[in-house]
Write a new protein. Structure first.
Length: 307
Protein backbone atom coordinates (compact mmCIF):
# COMPACT_ATOMS: atom_id res chain seq x y z
CA UNK A 1 0.00 0.00 0.00
CA UNK A 2 2.86 2.33 0.88
CA UNK A 3 4.59 1.62 -2.46
CA UNK A 4 1.36 2.31 -4.39
CA UNK A 5 0.97 5.63 -2.61
CA UNK A 6 4.52 6.65 -3.56
CA UNK A 7 3.89 5.71 -7.21
CA UNK A 8 0.77 7.87 -7.27
CA UNK A 9 2.72 10.75 -5.66
CA UNK A 10 5.48 10.41 -8.25
CA UNK A 11 2.96 10.32 -11.13
CA UNK A 12 1.19 13.42 -9.85
CA UNK A 13 4.53 15.18 -9.41
CA UNK A 14 5.55 14.45 -13.01
CA UNK A 15 2.19 15.71 -14.31
CA UNK A 16 2.56 18.89 -12.23
CA UNK A 17 6.10 19.50 -13.49
CA UNK A 18 5.14 18.87 -17.11
CA UNK A 19 2.29 21.39 -16.77
CA UNK A 20 4.67 23.88 -15.16
CA UNK A 21 7.08 23.55 -18.08
CA UNK A 22 4.30 24.29 -20.58
CA UNK A 23 3.03 27.25 -18.53
CA UNK A 24 6.53 28.76 -18.33
CA UNK A 25 7.00 28.46 -22.08
CA UNK A 26 3.63 30.08 -22.85
CA UNK A 27 3.67 32.77 -20.12
CA UNK A 28 3.79 36.30 -21.47
CA UNK A 29 3.45 38.36 -18.29
CA UNK A 30 5.50 38.61 -15.13
CA UNK A 31 2.59 38.03 -12.70
CA UNK A 32 1.85 34.62 -14.22
CA UNK A 33 5.51 33.64 -13.91
CA UNK A 34 5.63 34.85 -10.30
CA UNK A 35 2.63 32.62 -9.46
CA UNK A 36 4.29 29.64 -11.18
CA UNK A 37 7.55 30.35 -9.34
CA UNK A 38 5.79 30.48 -5.96
CA UNK A 39 3.98 27.20 -6.72
CA UNK A 40 7.26 25.52 -7.63
CA UNK A 41 8.88 26.78 -4.40
CA UNK A 42 6.04 25.30 -2.35
CA UNK A 43 6.01 22.04 -4.31
CA UNK A 44 9.75 21.54 -3.87
CA UNK A 45 9.32 21.72 -0.09
CA UNK A 46 6.40 19.29 -0.39
CA UNK A 47 8.40 16.83 -2.52
CA UNK A 48 11.25 16.90 -0.03
CA UNK A 49 8.89 16.35 2.89
CA UNK A 50 7.18 13.48 1.02
CA UNK A 51 10.64 11.99 0.35
CA UNK A 52 10.09 12.04 -3.39
CA UNK A 53 12.95 10.85 -5.59
CA UNK A 54 16.00 13.02 -6.22
CA UNK A 55 15.03 13.07 -9.91
CA UNK A 56 11.66 14.67 -9.13
CA UNK A 57 13.31 17.19 -6.82
CA UNK A 58 15.84 18.00 -9.58
CA UNK A 59 13.08 18.51 -12.13
CA UNK A 60 11.30 20.86 -9.76
CA UNK A 61 14.54 22.84 -9.26
CA UNK A 62 15.05 22.95 -13.02
CA UNK A 63 11.54 24.29 -13.64
CA UNK A 64 12.05 26.90 -10.93
CA UNK A 65 15.31 28.12 -12.48
CA UNK A 66 13.78 28.14 -15.97
CA UNK A 67 10.93 30.22 -14.54
CA UNK A 68 13.44 32.66 -13.04
CA UNK A 69 15.26 32.95 -16.37
CA UNK A 70 12.02 33.67 -18.24
CA UNK A 71 10.93 36.18 -15.59
CA UNK A 72 14.32 37.88 -15.88
CA UNK A 73 13.84 38.24 -19.63
CA UNK A 74 10.48 39.95 -19.13
CA UNK A 75 11.77 42.19 -16.33
CA UNK A 76 14.69 43.26 -18.51
CA UNK A 77 12.27 44.47 -21.17
CA UNK A 78 9.81 46.19 -18.81
CA UNK A 79 9.57 49.85 -17.91
CA UNK A 80 9.44 49.80 -14.13
CA UNK A 81 8.45 52.67 -11.85
CA UNK A 82 11.45 53.80 -9.82
CA UNK A 83 9.21 55.60 -7.32
CA UNK A 84 8.96 59.32 -6.61
CA UNK A 85 6.64 61.77 -8.34
CA UNK A 86 4.54 60.82 -11.39
CA UNK A 87 6.29 61.22 -14.73
CA UNK A 88 5.36 64.21 -16.85
CA UNK A 89 5.25 64.89 -20.55
CA UNK A 90 5.22 68.65 -21.00
CA UNK A 91 2.37 69.94 -18.79
CA UNK A 92 0.50 66.63 -18.93
CA UNK A 93 0.88 64.21 -16.05
CA UNK A 94 0.94 60.59 -17.17
CA UNK A 95 -2.24 58.87 -15.96
CA UNK A 96 -0.76 55.36 -16.30
CA UNK A 97 2.45 54.71 -14.41
CA UNK A 98 4.65 51.65 -14.94
CA UNK A 99 4.33 49.04 -12.16
CA UNK A 100 6.70 48.92 -9.24
CA UNK A 101 8.51 45.72 -8.24
CA UNK A 102 6.47 45.79 -5.03
CA UNK A 103 3.28 45.72 -7.11
CA UNK A 104 4.58 42.53 -8.72
CA UNK A 105 5.51 41.05 -5.33
CA UNK A 106 9.14 40.83 -6.48
CA UNK A 107 12.07 42.09 -4.42
CA UNK A 108 14.91 44.09 -5.92
CA UNK A 109 17.27 41.21 -5.11
CA UNK A 110 15.05 38.73 -6.97
CA UNK A 111 14.76 41.06 -9.94
CA UNK A 112 18.53 41.53 -10.12
CA UNK A 113 19.30 37.81 -9.78
CA UNK A 114 16.68 36.74 -12.32
CA UNK A 115 17.88 39.29 -14.87
CA UNK A 116 21.46 38.08 -14.43
CA UNK A 117 20.36 34.50 -15.12
CA UNK A 118 18.35 35.66 -18.16
CA UNK A 119 21.56 36.98 -19.76
CA UNK A 120 22.96 33.44 -20.03
CA UNK A 121 22.65 32.31 -23.68
CA UNK A 122 20.09 29.54 -24.05
CA UNK A 123 22.63 27.00 -25.29
CA UNK A 124 24.98 27.67 -22.37
CA UNK A 125 22.04 27.55 -19.96
CA UNK A 126 20.84 24.15 -21.22
CA UNK A 127 24.37 22.72 -21.32
CA UNK A 128 24.99 23.83 -17.72
CA UNK A 129 21.82 22.07 -16.57
CA UNK A 130 22.96 18.85 -18.25
CA UNK A 131 26.46 19.09 -16.75
CA UNK A 132 25.05 19.45 -13.23
CA UNK A 133 22.64 16.57 -13.80
CA UNK A 134 25.43 14.31 -15.05
CA UNK A 135 27.49 15.09 -11.95
CA UNK A 136 24.48 14.23 -9.78
CA UNK A 137 24.57 17.58 -8.02
CA UNK A 138 21.61 19.70 -6.97
CA UNK A 139 20.44 22.45 -9.32
CA UNK A 140 20.52 25.82 -7.57
CA UNK A 141 20.18 29.43 -8.67
CA UNK A 142 23.63 30.10 -7.20
CA UNK A 143 25.23 27.84 -9.84
CA UNK A 144 23.65 29.88 -12.63
CA UNK A 145 24.50 33.22 -11.06
CA UNK A 146 28.14 32.08 -11.02
CA UNK A 147 27.84 31.04 -14.67
CA UNK A 148 26.31 34.40 -15.59
CA UNK A 149 29.17 36.21 -13.85
CA UNK A 150 31.77 34.08 -15.65
CA UNK A 151 30.12 34.70 -19.03
CA UNK A 152 30.09 38.43 -18.29
CA UNK A 153 33.80 38.37 -17.39
CA UNK A 154 34.63 36.37 -20.54
CA UNK A 155 32.68 38.85 -22.67
CA UNK A 156 34.46 41.83 -21.08
CA UNK A 157 37.80 40.09 -21.55
CA UNK A 158 37.05 39.48 -25.21
CA UNK A 159 36.13 43.15 -25.62
CA UNK A 160 39.43 44.17 -23.99
CA UNK A 161 41.34 41.81 -26.30
CA UNK A 162 39.65 43.29 -29.35
CA UNK A 163 40.40 46.83 -28.15
CA UNK A 164 44.03 45.88 -27.45
CA UNK A 165 44.34 44.41 -30.92
CA UNK A 166 42.99 47.64 -32.41
CA UNK A 167 45.30 49.78 -30.24
CA UNK A 168 48.28 47.67 -31.32
CA UNK A 169 47.69 48.59 -34.95
CA UNK A 170 47.97 52.29 -34.03
CA UNK A 171 51.37 52.04 -32.31
CA UNK A 172 54.31 53.35 -34.30
CA UNK A 173 57.00 50.70 -34.11
CA UNK A 174 60.73 51.35 -34.06
CA UNK A 175 63.96 49.40 -33.72
CA UNK A 176 63.47 49.05 -29.94
CA UNK A 177 59.84 47.95 -29.90
CA UNK A 178 58.19 45.32 -32.03
CA UNK A 179 54.53 44.37 -31.47
CA UNK A 180 53.33 40.98 -32.66
CA UNK A 181 49.69 39.92 -32.43
CA UNK A 182 48.66 36.28 -32.17
CA UNK A 183 49.14 33.01 -30.30
CA UNK A 184 52.69 33.01 -28.90
CA UNK A 185 53.11 29.38 -29.95
CA UNK A 186 52.61 30.39 -33.57
CA UNK A 187 54.02 33.92 -33.67
CA UNK A 188 57.19 33.70 -31.57
CA UNK A 189 59.09 31.32 -33.80
CA UNK A 190 62.82 30.57 -33.70
CA UNK A 191 63.31 33.08 -36.53
CA UNK A 192 61.73 35.81 -34.41
CA UNK A 193 63.30 34.82 -31.07
CA UNK A 194 66.42 32.63 -31.38
CA UNK A 195 67.23 29.93 -28.85
CA UNK A 196 69.07 30.97 -25.66
CA UNK A 197 68.73 34.68 -26.47
CA UNK A 198 66.42 36.16 -23.77
CA UNK A 199 67.67 37.53 -20.44
CA UNK A 200 64.23 37.92 -18.83
CA UNK A 201 60.78 36.73 -19.88
CA UNK A 202 57.92 38.65 -18.19
CA UNK A 203 54.35 37.66 -19.05
CA UNK A 204 50.76 37.92 -17.85
CA UNK A 205 48.96 34.86 -19.29
CA UNK A 206 45.23 34.28 -19.45
CA UNK A 207 43.60 33.06 -16.23
CA UNK A 208 40.90 30.41 -15.95
CA UNK A 209 40.66 26.64 -16.19
CA UNK A 210 40.31 26.72 -19.98
CA UNK A 211 43.81 28.22 -20.28
CA UNK A 212 45.65 25.70 -18.08
CA UNK A 213 47.06 23.79 -21.10
CA UNK A 214 48.91 26.96 -22.16
CA UNK A 215 51.17 26.91 -19.09
CA UNK A 216 53.10 23.82 -20.11
CA UNK A 217 53.54 25.36 -23.56
CA UNK A 218 54.77 28.57 -21.89
CA UNK A 219 57.32 26.60 -19.86
CA UNK A 220 58.52 24.82 -22.99
CA UNK A 221 58.80 28.16 -24.85
CA UNK A 222 60.71 29.76 -21.95
CA UNK A 223 63.09 26.80 -21.84
CA UNK A 224 63.87 27.36 -25.51
CA UNK A 225 64.38 31.13 -25.60
CA UNK A 226 65.86 31.94 -22.16
CA UNK A 227 69.58 32.04 -21.58
CA UNK A 228 70.72 29.39 -19.08
CA UNK A 229 69.98 30.40 -15.50
CA UNK A 230 67.65 33.27 -16.48
CA UNK A 231 64.10 33.86 -15.28
CA UNK A 232 60.54 33.49 -16.45
CA UNK A 233 58.38 35.85 -14.34
CA UNK A 234 54.66 35.19 -14.80
CA UNK A 235 51.60 36.78 -13.22
CA UNK A 236 49.05 34.29 -11.88
CA UNK A 237 45.85 34.08 -9.85
CA UNK A 238 45.57 31.68 -6.90
CA UNK A 239 42.78 29.37 -8.12
CA UNK A 240 44.99 26.97 -10.13
CA UNK A 241 48.36 27.66 -8.53
CA UNK A 242 49.26 23.96 -7.89
CA UNK A 243 48.41 22.89 -11.44
CA UNK A 244 50.36 25.79 -12.95
CA UNK A 245 53.47 25.08 -10.89
CA UNK A 246 53.30 21.44 -11.90
CA UNK A 247 53.02 22.42 -15.58
CA UNK A 248 55.96 24.86 -15.44
CA UNK A 249 58.18 22.42 -13.54
CA UNK A 250 58.16 20.07 -16.52
CA UNK A 251 60.62 22.39 -18.28
CA UNK A 252 61.81 24.92 -15.67
CA UNK A 253 62.97 25.10 -12.04
CA UNK A 254 60.99 26.89 -9.33
CA UNK A 255 62.89 29.85 -7.83
CA UNK A 256 60.55 32.11 -5.88
CA UNK A 257 57.00 33.35 -5.32
CA UNK A 258 56.20 37.06 -5.23
CA UNK A 259 53.00 39.03 -5.19
CA UNK A 260 51.35 42.38 -5.82
CA UNK A 261 48.78 43.70 -3.36
CA UNK A 262 45.91 45.75 -4.77
CA UNK A 263 43.93 48.34 -2.83
CA UNK A 264 40.56 46.95 -3.97
CA UNK A 265 40.02 43.20 -3.44
CA UNK A 266 38.33 40.98 -6.01
CA UNK A 267 35.67 38.43 -5.10
CA UNK A 268 36.42 34.83 -6.13
CA UNK A 269 32.75 33.94 -6.64
CA UNK A 270 32.81 30.11 -6.49
CA UNK A 271 34.78 30.18 -3.21
CA UNK A 272 33.22 33.35 -1.71
CA UNK A 273 36.73 34.57 -0.92
CA UNK A 274 37.98 38.14 -1.34
CA UNK A 275 41.58 38.58 -2.36
CA UNK A 276 43.76 41.59 -3.09
CA UNK A 277 46.85 39.57 -4.04
CA UNK A 278 48.12 38.71 -7.50
CA UNK A 279 50.95 36.20 -7.61
CA UNK A 280 54.24 36.45 -9.49
CA UNK A 281 55.84 33.08 -10.26
CA UNK A 282 59.61 32.99 -10.76
CA UNK A 283 61.03 29.97 -12.63
CA UNK A 284 64.47 29.62 -14.16
CA UNK A 285 65.93 27.75 -17.09
CA UNK A 286 68.20 25.31 -15.31
CA UNK A 287 69.75 26.39 -12.01
CA UNK A 288 69.04 30.07 -11.32
CA UNK A 289 72.08 32.25 -12.06
CA UNK A 290 71.72 35.03 -9.49
CA UNK A 291 75.08 36.62 -10.38
CA UNK A 292 74.31 37.04 -14.07
CA UNK A 293 70.65 38.05 -13.68
CA UNK A 294 69.74 41.77 -13.78
CA UNK A 295 70.13 43.35 -10.34
CA UNK A 296 67.48 45.50 -8.71
CA UNK A 297 68.17 49.21 -8.44
CA UNK A 298 67.81 51.11 -5.15
CA UNK A 299 64.46 52.43 -6.37
CA UNK A 300 62.97 49.02 -7.15
CA UNK A 301 64.54 46.56 -4.72
CA UNK A 302 61.70 47.07 -2.20
CA UNK A 303 58.94 46.74 -4.81
CA UNK A 304 56.03 44.75 -3.30
CA UNK A 305 56.00 42.47 -6.33
CA UNK A 306 59.30 40.98 -5.23
CA UNK A 307 58.76 41.00 -1.48
Amino acid sequence: MKNEQMVVTADRALVFLDNARQEIQSASDILTLKIIHDKLSVMKVYFQAAKASFEISQQCSEMKIRCERRAGELLGNMDLNEGGRPSKTGDIVSSVSPPKLADLDISKKQSSRWQQISKIPEKDFDNHIERIKIKGEELTSREFLSLAEQIKKDREQQERLEKSALDATLVQQDDQIKILLGDFRDVLTEEIIPNDSVSLLLTDPMYGAQYLPLWEDLGRFASRVLKPGRLLVAYDGQMFFPQICKALEKNLIYVWLGGIKYSHPNMIIPLKIKTSLKLLLLFSKGKYDAESSPRLSEKTKNHPALS
